[in-house]
Write a protein that binds this ligand. Structure first.
Ligand code: ATP
Ligand code: MG
Length: 463
């Protein structure tokens, strides 16, 4: 399964080639001239370009050099008539991978395409291996090129340059930690430490000394001085995982470090200054935790300087193919095998599934397939189908709590929560709820007249 771009001015040629490759399970885009191909290349990723040499507007050679400039790693195969074979040979010196002489039959081009893709995959794998060996702590790549992930990547690049605190929100397994590492790697702190603390895994006391360290004798069992994560991460990045789980007393201390970059070790009165970029993650709705008095509002605002929302995998099925290939080659490398192929039908199944466990679940399934497939390196639809649990109705717990309440109350609750989520923005709220802005306005007006208190905070931003 690869994404292949075809460029040929002859419609018949282009269509039949596209049909042959599509039957092989590839995703094919066919263009009729060089400029159209260039525009495709500049907006999307392709694994291979197959282009004719003689075309009006832009020759195959010109397209080749544009392609090398835009996508240096993408192999280019040229199609040529007998008379231009010499040019094709020249083209290979300019970086084309191979050429094929017209006319050719389906089998010939299929073979060439397979060989080119395989060769390129090996080169890429080699390059990855080499770079992994060079930096054993190499950042894990953030795979996914769909619109939603591109937006996430854009934000990572933007915040990378700053020291702003980042709050990464997303369901379990969506890749929050991968994003946190990517932020570190995108910043000029990348050569300094990246440390992580899971706030849910430790008791309050242990977490406190994990974060801030302790002096010798600070409490029973503190037989040595211990430096905390903030101190150890000085100059670098500290990931506070599952921040919603942090106890109230610690929330206050954390707020202070974030505001003043100062802290004391447990049992010490000496303040220390540090320079740490904090990235926090949560899979809970912190706004609700604030409303319920479980999370300090001031800390929430301090953390929420730059929020990054990681969409659940079911909202970005376009990334599933790339993620599969990524996990397959990771797994293959680990067991010293080569991965060959995901059946198109298997990919279709994966794309349709709802992924309650998000990317982590996808990774598990792909790795399991790698181990259990009788033919190594092949992922078959029949193998994975039983592993894809039928989707449950989303968050039944939340619906259970609402069942039996007057609909008018539920409606009000939903509208007010949505309004808060969009910081009082009426157009966005109405859009999300699928109602008219005027209708929303009338409801808000009515609730205000009835003295609805929770509208007070929102009101300022609304009017
Ligand atoms: N975009 C991605 N590209 C590559 N690998 C990913 C991506 N997203 C997630 N993963 C992989 O999926 C697994 C889960 O990701 P991660 O641990 O970052 O999720 P999380 O959101 O922190 O989950 P949790 O809330 O359960 O801690 C990891 O093995 C990670 O490497
Ligand atoms: Mg995590």
């Amino acid at each position: 399964m690869a994404r292949i771009l075809i460029c040929d001015d002859q419609e018949m040629m282009r269509d039949s080639l596209a049909a042959i490759l599509a039957r092989e399970g590839h995703e094919v885009v066919a263009t009729g001239d060089g400029p159209a191909a260039v525009s495709r290349l500049s907006t999307g990723r392709f694994d291979l370009l197959i282009t004719d040499l003689k075309m009006p507007r832009m020759t195959g050679l010109e397209l080749l050099s544009e392609a090398k400039r835009l996508r240096a790693d993408m192999p280019v195969v040229l199609m040529t008539a007998f008379a231009t074979v010499q040019t094709a040979v020249e083209a290979m010196k300019l970086g084309a991978y191979d050429y094929i002489q017209k006319p050719f039959d389906g089998e010939e081009i299929k073979l060439l395409v397979d060989r080119t893709l395989e060769h390129n995959r090996l080169i890429r794998e080699n390059a990855t291996l080499r770079s992994m060996a060079e930096a054993s702590l190499a950042p894990r790549p953030l795979v996914g090129d769909g619109d939603l992930m591109r937006e996430v990547k854009r934000k990572i690049d933007l915040v990378g340059r700053s020291t702003a605190t980042v709050l990464i929100r997303g369901e379990s397994g969506t890749g929050k930690e991968v994003v946190a590492r990517a932020i570190h790697a995108a910043s000029d702190r990348r050569d300094k430490p990246f440390l992580a603390v899971n706030c849910a895994a430790l008791s309050e006391n242990l977490l406190e000394s994990e974060l801030f360290g302790h002096e010798k004798g600070a409490f029973t069992g503190a037989d040595k001085l211990r430096r905390g994560r903030f101190e150890l991460a000085d100059g670098g990045t500290l990931l506070l995982d599952e921040i919603s789980e942090i106890a109230p007393a610690l929330q206050a201390k954390l707020l202070r470090v974030l505001q003043e970059s100062m802290f004391e070790r447990v049992g010490s009165s000496v303040s220390q200054q540090i320079d740490v970029r904090v990235v926090a993650t949560t899979n809970r709705d912190l706004e609700t935790e604030v409303e319920n008095g479980k999370f300090r509002q001031d800390l929430f605002y301090r953390l929420n300087v730059v929020p990054i929302d990681l969409p659940p995998l079911r909202h970005r099925p376009e990334d599933i193919g790339d993620l599969c290939r990524h996990f397959l080659s990771l797994a293959a490398r680990r067991c010293g095998q080569a991965y060959r192929h995901i059946e198109p039908e298997a990919l279709r199944l994966l794309t349709r599934y709802a992924w309650p466990g998000n990317v982590r679940e996808l990774q598990n399934i792909v790795e399991r397939a790698m181990v259990l497939e009788t033919e190594p390196g092949l992922v078959r639809a029949s193998t994975i189908e039983p592993w894809l649990k039928p989707a449950k109705a989303p968050s039944t717990a939340a619906v259970d709590n609402l069942a039996g309440k007057p609909l008018a109350d539920i409606e009000k609750q939903v509208i007010l929560t949505t309004l808060r989520r969009f910081q009082g923005h009426r157009v966005k709220t109405a859009g999300a709820l699928g109602i008219g802005v005027r209708t929303l306005g009338m409801k808000i007006k009515k609730w205000k007249e009835e003295g609805e208190e929770s509208l007070v905070g929102v009101e300022a931003e609304v009017d």
